[in-house]
Design a protein around this ligand. Structure first.
Ligand code: ADP
Ligand code: MG
Length: 317
């Protein structure tokens, strides 16, 4: 069973940033409005994520860290209409199989917090919400540990994951620290401000608002004019139903529109959200959930292309 856990853990705990992503998604699913991420040594030594969400009732604690114990999906039908970020019920179990995981949690009606570590539940102190503390990642799988890059590189990947999520959720406050130093801190703010602080002033000063709907599809966000991007390759943020994705079809649609109107901006900056009926998109196509498959990819491509094209054409006219 331990071996099976470790194999399955591969996708979820491939590197520290994957752990950060899973824990952040759990915090958001729990309705948190404030999340603190503390990392040490690129996340390998420690990843501690504290949220002020609804917490886990004491009697559900053992289940939370068991494989395929998700509180989020109860039927096959629901699986096809996934609205929450997590739904496979294996993140915590996978993480616990390759690291020391301590979870402290308190619900609104509990008299105090509870902590679970190694299957043992004990009373604890703490405010409402959940703190997941992951220490010594890969202590028992040194082979995996060897594949990691420097602390600074691993931290960079973690910070990127935090930025992607922070951009999608300006209604949530985030704070990120590394080795005791605060690296990023974002208050709850409108998306215009959040995107300016993440993509920079150049973007804030040269961007177009986008908001178009067609049937079940809605595209909204900000797209940068050429002066906004300065050729940054890391300023492309695309979300499908609130999830960050890096999808060939979508990237192509946006880039083609830029090329058509502006005759080539290799790295346009943008923060674009596509919202559609969850039944029209499959988000479970890739374990890390970064790719998506659309029921009607042609229609989606055309919609995205034309929406971006129209917005850009208006300014160059
Ligand atoms: P999944 O998110 O796919 O359900 P996880 O292993 O990530 O699976 O989490 C297992 C369960 O633990 C969740 O379904 C949820 O009930 C609970 N849980 C995990 N993290 C949190 C959190 N930060 N706040 C509240 N509940 C949580
Ligand atoms: Mg989860």
């Amino acid at each position: 069973d331990h071996l099976i856990s470790q194999i399955a853990a591969g996708e979820v705990v491939e590197r520290p940033s994957a752990v950060v992503k899973e824990l952040l998604e759990n915090a958001l699913d729990a309705g948190a409005s404030s999340i603190t991420i503390r990392l040490e040594e690129g996340g390998v030594k420690r990843i501690a994520i504290a949220d002020n969400g609804r917490g886990i009732p004491q009697d559900q604690l053992p289940l939370a860290v068991e494989r395929h114990a998700t509180s989020k999906i109860t039927s096959l039908e629901e699986l096809e209409n996934v609205a929450t970020l997590g739904f496979r019920g294996e993140a915590l179990a996978s993480i616990a199989s390759v690291a020391l995981l301590t979870l402290t949690t308190r619900t609104a009606d509990a008299a105090h917090a509870w902590q679970i570590e190694n299957g043992k539940i004990t009373p604890a102190s703490g405010a409402q919400g959940t703190t997941v503390d992951v220490q010594d990642l890969y202590y028992n799988t040194p082979a995996r540990r060897k594949f990691l890059k420097s602390d600074q590189t691993e931290f960079g990947h973690c910070a990127e994951v935090v930025r992607r999520i922070a951009l999608a959720r300006p209604d949530v406050a985030f704070s990120l620290s590394h080795n005791g130093k605060t690296v990023d801190h974002w208050m709850v703010t409108p998306i215009a401000k959040r995107s300016a602080s993440i993509l920079g002033e150049a973007f804030a000063n040269a961007r177009l608002a986008l908001d178009e709907s067609a049937g079940p599809l809605r595209l909204h966000g900000y797209i940068g004019l050429p002066t906004a991007s300065k050729g940054r390759a890391d300023a492309q943020f695309f979300y499908v139903n609130g999830r960050f994705v890096r999808d060939k079809l979508l990237t192509h649609a946006v880039r083609a529109a830029y090329q058509d109107v502006l005759h080539g901006d290799r790295y346009p900056s943008y923060v674009i959200a596509l919202d559609l009926d969850p039944a029209l998109v499959d988000v479970n196509v890739h374990p890390s959930k970064i790719e998506v498959r659309f029921r009607d990819s042609r229609a989606v491509h055309q919609f995205v292309f034309h929406a971006v094209h129209r917005a850009l054409a208006q300014t160059s006219a």
